[in-house]
Design a protein around this ligand. Structure first.
Ligand code: PGA
Length: 249
């Protein structure tokens, strides 16, 4: 059966000292749910975070990586580099990467391939913009994002893929999709997977929701049958809030 997962995406927040402080606070919290817990600090703090959380129930993930193995890509980091500092899960395709760093479906397909080739787990993000939802185009947009970046994979690859539906209009805005909107989209995503790979694969993939998940709305969102956890931005920067969300399962 698929896993419940709560992952904290720290984005470009927390220097080394702040990372150490937040990790100490996270280690002081108790996990009372069955959810797998992850945090994704910026690149500079991955090694410190990995060491500080080694042996705990909190995994450290990366927020991005390049598709090349190595070479002349100034400012970039590869899958092997992440693995060399203990990181085996990477977030790819976050809407901020797509919007500010021009990451296209084509680039993301290459990144997914590069991560999977190194046996990494991918949290693959996608989601529609407000205009898409207003024009009732959200399912088409999301379906295309998934197909374009993932549907060249074989079914077996999906054991290392986690999906994260993050409507762009709900990220960092305080506006969440209603639990019903999240459930409807997650059911659509699962059906899209089932149509291509069959029900067994579709039922085994965890689909996270992201976009202004907070302690006061997590329980209702997570109660929906096709919502298998959350990708948490703002609320992941506070240990108590983050664990209130983790323990909402
Ligand atoms: P938010 O961010 O929780 O601050 O809306 C979610 C995300 O971008 O992953």
């Amino acid at each position: 059966m698929r896993k419940n997962i709560v992952a904290g995406n720290w984005k470009m927040n927390n220097d080394l000292a702040q990372t150490e402080t937040l990790i100490t606070a996270l280690k002081g919290q108790t996990i009372s749910s069955d959810a797998e817990v992850m945090v994704a600090p910026p690149f500079t703090n991955l090694w410190a975070a990995y060491n500080a959380l080694k042996g705990s129930d909190i995994e450290v993930a990366a927020q991005n990586m390049h598709f090349a193995e190595n070479g002349a890509y100034t400012g970039e980091v590869s899958a092997s580099m992440l693995k060399s500092v203990g990181i085996t899960t990477v977030i790819l395709g976050h809407s901020e990467r797509r919007a500010y760093f021009n990451e296209t479906d084509e680039i993301l397909a290459k990144k997914v391939d590069a991560a999977l080739a190194k046996d990494m787990r991918v949290i693959f993000c996608f989601g529609e913009e407000l205009a898409d939802r207003k024009s009732d185009n959200h399912e088409t947009v999301v379906g295309d994002q998934i197909k374009n970046a993932l549907f060249h994979l074989d079914a077996a690859a999906f054991k290392n893929i986690v999906l994260a539906y993050e409507p762009v209009w709900a990220i960092g805005t305080g506006e969440t999709a209603s639990p019903e909107q999240a459930q409807d989209m997650h059911a659509f995503i699962r059906k899209t997977l089932a149509d291509k790979y069959g029900a067994e694969v579709a039922d085994s993939v965890s689909i996270l929701y992201g976009g202004s998940v907070k302690p006061n709305n997590a329980k209702e969102i997570f109660s929906k049958p096709d919502v298998d956890g959350g990708l948490i931005g703002g609320a992941a920067l506070n240990a108590e809030d983050f664990f209130a969300i983790v323990n909402a399962f």
